[in-house]
Design a protein around this ligand. Structure first.
Ligand code: ADP
Ligand code: ZN
Ligand code: ZN
Length: 737
């Protein structure tokens, strides 16, 4: 190396998390050996007036830099002694940046937990470990009957792995302290957790379809494949997951399990802990930064065997990758809707391919995309057609409410069915996807309505808090007592929300306990868990809620489910509305009647002859999906075509339209094959939070054509005059248009 201290020979090409589609060159100060620096290592670099954490993409000769050598700044510091991401994970992230046409720096940042994005060291204080004391091994959990939490924790130790790390016990802090004080558990050396991972013997005897699913996936371990496990709630999908995971554990391999919602992790975690003798970690937004770093590193270093997480866990490095499971694969929460807009399902499959491991998707209501991939033999369909054990399928009833009087949205027929169910001591579940008291306030005299000043939307009445609130921008104000327009007219609440129905239910069913589950009632930390516990222990008669109820939670004592309003979903402009409605109906229905109690599902509608409803109810989800796929094919819509959506917004309506029109002109100069350019058009809710929103849709029968076009167009957008005056984004494979 040259002796002259001012001579610089090497540069580092760095990906920095900024919304610019390029890499940045920095010089490598003399004292660093360029051979010690590898792609995937984090560095701290000066950027503008601040320091940023970037990732090395390439080490190159100074001659290769396109930056003026006098302007090259040196990196500030190298943060890692080895890359935190493996070559294959970097390959995946490069692919994702290209596929979604998103800046690599932001894509790479997504792969790291917050602490690492902030440049913190990739190490954590060694965890404390605990194991049963001799006294604890002999103790019976029944002794602890006065504390359910301590009892549960003791059971966990007695059935789980020998030693458990404090990170895994973050939900059990108080109980841990109590058991330590009682001498039932004790600190323990960490090596004990490295004992062989294993599933436990209390696995159930699989039925033939479960057996087939388990054997098929296990036979494919060690190579890439995608299986779609389709089965209604209660059909034994989780049991299938667990038996496959047990096999990966016994081979010393790790499993990544992705779920759409954090609220679903605790119940699965508990089942896993009872079944597996291996370290299980969770990764989601309710953990603090240090906890997330710990669990991330646990998987990377291979101490942890199983990670349960939401979308953000997708990129966690795996020391010994064995299997990726994505449960409720149809759920739109797997799509990130801002910044780096990616589909966790699609990227999980790309990851499985690069790692050469199987990917298992599960759902009662697979997305049409996935079912189409089965038709094209890209995915293997594994079906569980009946409920495990002896549980019967629920009975559907379309309840025609045309011309029927309704009380807070409930027909008389429904009310009497509810009475009958409650009289048998069973629980009733009511679903309405609208929270608040009523969706709008109106003046009976002059017609004034509670519009949001910043959105093309109404302010929703929240009567309990005496507020009007916009669910789109968060604006709120006190509930007017006199009409703001005419000052004299009588103000009325128009329409129904869960809060209003709750009040009516209290009048109709005096003495019954009603639990309302929606965003408003479950905001406080721990409140959802408390309500779920109340429901499970039987201290609830009527459960009322929004889409929260459609997701995963099991309510075994519910034998009547009613969906109050399905008609609005039948006439939406969104071509996916029918699919979403069908999935919602089946998912909500899945909450009812498990084990020996046959459930009933009532759908109130003014469209009892609508083909979507009759097909779904008479012939099932599969038949619905086939019909829906035929319609999509005839209309040339996804999955039979591929879409990309440009969105643009600004604080006036003109700029986004002009920008998108200029983009259309640009696109017309390029070769898009058969790609159609649709728009620009106003977004469904044109004004939102004071921003005027427009969009431009590209649609092509060939994915390749579409991506070739984007490859050419995207780098040129920044040269458009208006690009700097609007906020724009690109959504590849958008799910809501
Ligand atoms: P899903 O994940 O599809 O909702 P689960 O795996 O949770 O279904 O199974 C539903 C219920 O049926 C659980 O109580 C489970 O223990 C039970 N179960 C699953 N498989 C079997 C089996 N092969 N034999 C007996 N019971 C089973
Ligand atoms: Zn008025
Ligand atoms: Zn608003």
């Amino acid at each position: 190396m040259a002796n002259c201290s001012s001579s610089i020979q090497f540069i580092l090409r760095i990906a920095i998390p900024v919304p610019l589609p390029r890499l940045f060159d920095y010089s490598l100060p003399e004292q660093h050996d360029p051979r010690s620096i590898r792609p995937g290592m984090r560095v701290s670099v000066p950027f503008g007036k601040r320091m940023k954490t970037g990732v090395v993409v390439q080490v190159a000769d100074l001659d290769d830099s396109t930056t003026d050598p006098d302007k090259l700044k040196p990196i500030e510091r190298i943060l890692d002694s080895e890359p935190l991401l493996s070559a294959r994970d970097l390959q995946l992230l490069h692919w994702a940046a290209r596929y979604y046409h998103h800046p690599l720096g932001e894509v790479l940042a997504t792969a790291f937990p917050v602490a690492l994005r902030q440049g913190k060291a990739a190490s954590v204080q060694e965890d404390c470990y605990y194991s049963l004391s001799e006294q604890g091994q002999r103790a019976s959990p029944a002794q602890l009957q006065r504390s359910g939490r301590q009892q549960a924790l003791l059971t966990l130790f007695q059935t789980g792995p020998y030693a458990i790390a404090s990170t895994e016990l973050s939900q059990h802090k108080a109980a841990l302290k109590a058991l330590l004080a009682k001498g039932l558990i004790q600190p323990s050396p960490r090596q004990e957790t490295d004992r062989a991972w294993a599933g436990q013997a209390d696995a159930l005897q699989p039925n033939p379809q479960q057996r087939h699913a388990i054997d098929t996936v296990i036979a494919g371990l060690g190579q890439f494949s995608v299986s779609l496990l389709q089965g209604v709630t209660g059909s034994g999908k989780t049991e299938v997951y667990m038996q496959i995971i047990a096999e990966t554990l016994s081979r010393g391999l790790q499993t990544l399990v992705l779920l759409p919602e954090i609220t679903l992790t605790p119940q699965l975690e508990q089942r896993f802990r009872q079944r597996f003798s291996a370290p299980i970690v969770c990764f989601h937004s309710k953990l603090n930064d240090t906890q997330r770093l710990k669990t991330w590193l646990g998987m990377r270093q291979g101490h942890a065997a199983i990670m349960l997480g939401t979308r953000s866990a997708l990129f966690t490095p795996l020391q010994k990758p064995g299997l990726i499971i994505l449960d409720e694969e149809h759920d739109s929460s797997f799509k990130q809707q801002e910044g780096f807009r990616f589909s966790a399902r699609d990227v999980a499959i790309a990851r499985g391919k690069i790692l050469n491991i199987p990917v298992l998707l599960g759902s009662a209501t697979p997305s049409l995309e996935s079912l189409y991939n089965v038709v094209r033999h890209r995915y293997r369909l594994l079906q569980l057609s009946s409920r495990a054990g002896d549980a019967a399928d629920p009975l559907f009833q379309l309840l025609d409410i045309r011309n029927k009087p309704l009380r807070a949205g409930l027909s008389d027929a429904l009310i009497s069915t509810m009475h009958a169910t409650l009289d048998q001591g069973r629980q009733v579940l009511l679903f309405l996807n609208r929270r608040g008291f009523a969706p709008v306030q109106i003046c009976h005299a002059c017609g004034w309505v509670s519009r949001c000043a910043r959105c093309d939307a109404n302010m929703v009445i929240h009567a309990g808090e005496h507020r009007l609130r916009c669910h789109h921008c968060g604006s709120e104000q006190g509930l007017p007592k006199v009409c703001p327009a005419c000052k004299t007219g009588e103000l009325q609440a128009l329409g129904l929300g869960t809060e209003r129905i709750e009040l009516t239910l209290a009048e109709l069913f005096p003495g019954k306990t009603i639990v309302r589950l929606d965003k408003d009632t479950t905001q406080r930390k721990g409140s959802l868990e408390a309500y779920l516990e109340q429901i499970h222990s039987g201290r609830a008669d009527i459960i009322l809620g929004t889409q929260m109820l459609a997701k995963g939670h099991h309510f075994p004592e519910v034998t009547l489910v009613a969906i109050l309003d399905i008609d609005s979903g039948l006439f939406s402009v969104d071509f996916r509305a029918g699919e979403k409605l069908a999935q919602m109906i089946v998912q909500v229905a899945g909450r009812a009647g498990r084990a020996d109690k046959r459930g009933k599902v009532v759908l109130q509608t003014r469209q009892p002859e609508h083909t979507l409803l009759t097909t779904l109810i008479d012939k099932g989800y599969q038949a619905f999906a086939e019909a829906a796929l035929t319609e999509r094919r005839q209309a040339g819509l996804p999955p039979y075509s591929h879409q990309a959506l440009f969105r643009a917004h600004a604080n006036n309506a003109q700029l986004p339209q002009e920008f998108l029109s200029a983009l259309v002109d640009l696109i017309r100069t390029l070769n898009g094959g058969k790609t159609r350019v649709l728009g620009p058009v106003a977004a469904p809710m044109t004004r939102r939070a004071g921003q005027f929103r427009f969009q431009l849709l590209l649609q092509s029968p060939q994915r390749k054509d579409l991506h070739r076009l984007l490859d050419e167009a995207v780098p040129q957008i920044s040269r458009l005059k208006l690009a700097a005056k609007v906020r724009w984004s690109l959504d590849v494979d958008p799910v809501d248009l």
